[in-house]
Design a protein around this ligand. Structure first.
Ligand code: C2E
Ligand code: CA
Ligand code: CA
Length: 525
């Protein structure tokens, strides 16, 4: 279509031609009036040429000039178009920000490398995903993010052998293609160098930006016959590296593919399980020490999978967090638990677990309070259990959320205390109502002196700060008595009851209402 556009006589061009012919006529008129042709006649020919011949000559000259002009313009236009096309092609094959080849060009390069590969030659495809890039973008802005991407591109180019190609696939994903001899030591060394080099801080304005890199490596021919298959294998290996601790590299293995498929199908099943209330609350008794009086229950999620039976939360909570459905799950569990608790003695409390990532939602507190209002559950009987990792992202947001909840009467417990940062700073900054001593300490009380000292210290810390303490994972009376003696206020563990479904919890609740517990003198002795 564009060629027709160049060749077709344009209105403007006809106009130009008309002008040139007009000029030629004027020249002829002037020449004729001034008798110039007669003089030229004398000078050029003895026999004489009529002025009409001169008109013809000038018109031919005008035609020739018009065609020459048009041809010059045409050539100029064609050159401009070729340049624009080359430019467009280069833009389409290069990443605009870093100047590295983009996914399209990499795919072509992989196609060429694998297509021309001599028997016995191998190629490696690295898929490099930056770690902690999102926080850099979020905290310092996109200009900082761009600076990181450009530095990564430079560093990659600096590390590659002559026959290697580095490309940016998009976002914070890069790739490298190079010839290799299987999982050679050079390949492993290059992966380690890339990880080390990309982890070096990047100075931007006055800040030091720190990212890392996780690499998945696929080899041609064993891990894929074309570019798409190879990149997918490298991606699967990279994903495995991410899950196994980041800032590391993994070679693709066929079983990873099966595991990924299983994980994807679990994700799909999890989404629909939340919708259809297949995930239900179980209730584990929380008791007072030393009386062992039932005070309430911790709500613990269980997935009733139609084929796989009951799936424990350790399996699906991390997935729910990863795929962003934990908030929905938490609200569904709280709603179910408040409805279950409506039939129990009204002084029994409920404790729910809130994942760290839920604190990103500034509406977390009002949404939880809404559910309490909707189900008629008294906020004074709700406890929210959080772990310290909830406080490391944005302490101010966490503080605001917790203070809205506490103002409404909800109490806040710091869960798994002793396993995380156990930072006194957090204890000072946020007014917790309770510390839950992690079960790993409680369960090693008898055979580990250090655990006993740590548990005593946590109970003492709680007492001096006016914070109550719950010991988790109490399985025998010796531990329960030991904890009670040291002033631990509450207990939880198989000694008092494992997590049970709603009906069983109802029986426990009713029984406790009928027979309030008495101090257990036999264990205290
Ligand atoms: P957690 O909050 O520390 O919950 C206590 C875990 O210890 C529960 O495991 C409970 O069954 C187990 N446990 C209680 N007493 C004993 C005992 O005497 N001995 C032993 N060996 N274990 C005991 P569970 O139910 O498998 O939950 C595991 C973790 O999953 C929970 O740890 C919590 O972090 C998470 N989780 C469970 N439900 C939810 C939920 O609804 N939301 C969120 N965000 N996390 C949840
Ligand atoms: Ca908990
Ligand atoms: Ca815990």
């Amino acid at each position: 279509m564009s060629d027709t556009h160049i060749a077709a006589p344009h209105k403007g061009e006809l106009y130009e031609l008309g002008c040139l012919l007009g000029i030629a006529c004027c020249c002829w008129l002037i020449g004729d009036t001034l008798g110039l042709f007669l003089r030229m006649e004398a000078a050029v020919t003895a026999g004489g040429v009529s002025s009409v011949v001169f008109l013809g000559f000038l018109m031919s000259f005008a035609f020739a000039a018009a065609s020459a002009l048009k041809s010059v313009r045409l050539r100029h236009e064609m050159r401009r178009r070729t340049r624009a096309e080359m430019n467009a092609q280069s833009i389409a094959r290069r990443d605009v920000l870093t100047g590295l080849p983009n996914r399209r060009m990499l795919i072509e390069a992989i196609g060429t490398a694998t297509g021309n590969a001599l028997p016995g030659t191998q190629h490696a495809i690295f898929l490099i995903d930056l770690d902690r890039f999102k926080p850099v973008n979020d905290v310092y802005g996109h200009a900082a993010g761009d600076a990181v991407l450009c530095t990564v591109a430079e560093r990659l180019n600096g590390l590659l052998p002559k026959d290697g190609i580095a490309a940016r696939l998009g976002g914070d994903e890069f790739s490298v293609l190079l010839p290799t001899h299987g999982q050679s030591t050079e390949l492993i060394r290059l992966a380690q160098q890339i990880i080390a080099c990309l982890s070096e801080p990047i100075v931007w304005e006055h800040a030091k930006l720190e990212v890392g890199a996780t690499i998945g490596i696929a080899l041609y021919p064993p891990d894929g016959s074309d570019a798409e298959a190879l990149l997918r294998s490298a991606d699967i290996a990279m994903y495995r590296g991410k899950r196994e601790g980041r800032s590391t590299f993994r070679f693709f293995e066929a079983r990873m593919d099966d595991e990924l498929k299983a994980r994807v199908s679990l994700e799909i099943a999890l989404r629909s399980a939340i919708q259809s209330n297949q995930i239900r609350p179980h209730y584990q008794p929380l008791v007072s020490l030393p009386e062992h009086k039932l005070l309430g229950f911790e709500v613990l999620a269980r997935w009733y999978h139609p084929e796989r039976g009951v799936i424990p939360p350790d399996v699906f909570i991390p997935i729910a967090e990863d795929i962003g459905v934990i908030t929905e799950l938490c609200y569904s569990l709280l709603r179910q638990a408040c409805r279950d608790a409506a039939g129990w003695p009204s002084d029994l409390g409920l404790a729910i677990n809130i994942s760290p990532c839920q604190f990103k939602d500034r509406l977390l507190a009002p949404r939880l309070l809404n559910i309490l209002r909707e189900t008629g559950f008294n906020p004074r009987h709700l406890e929210v259990e959080i772990t310290e990792s909830a406080l490391t992202n944005d302490l101010d947001v966490a503080r605001a959320t917790l203070s809205v909840l506490q103002t409404a009467g909800v109490s806040i417990a710091l869960d798994d205390f002793g396993t995380g940062y156990s930072s006194l700073y957090h204890l000072r900054e946020l007014k917790f109502d309770k510390l839950k001593i992690d079960r790993s300490f409680v369960q090693s009380l008898e055979d580990n002196d250090e655990s006993a000292k740590i548990v005593s210290a946590i109970i003492g810390l709680g007492q001096s700060l006016g914070i109550l303490t719950t010991a988790e994972g109490i399985e025998n009376t010796t531990n329960s008595a030991w904890l009670a003696e040291r002033g631990c206020t509450f207990g939880q563990g198989y000694l008092f009851g494992a997590p049970v479904p709603a009906q069983a919890a109802q029986l426990l609740a009713e029984e406790a209402g009928l027979h309030p517990a008495r101090p257990d003198t036999s264990v205290a002795a």
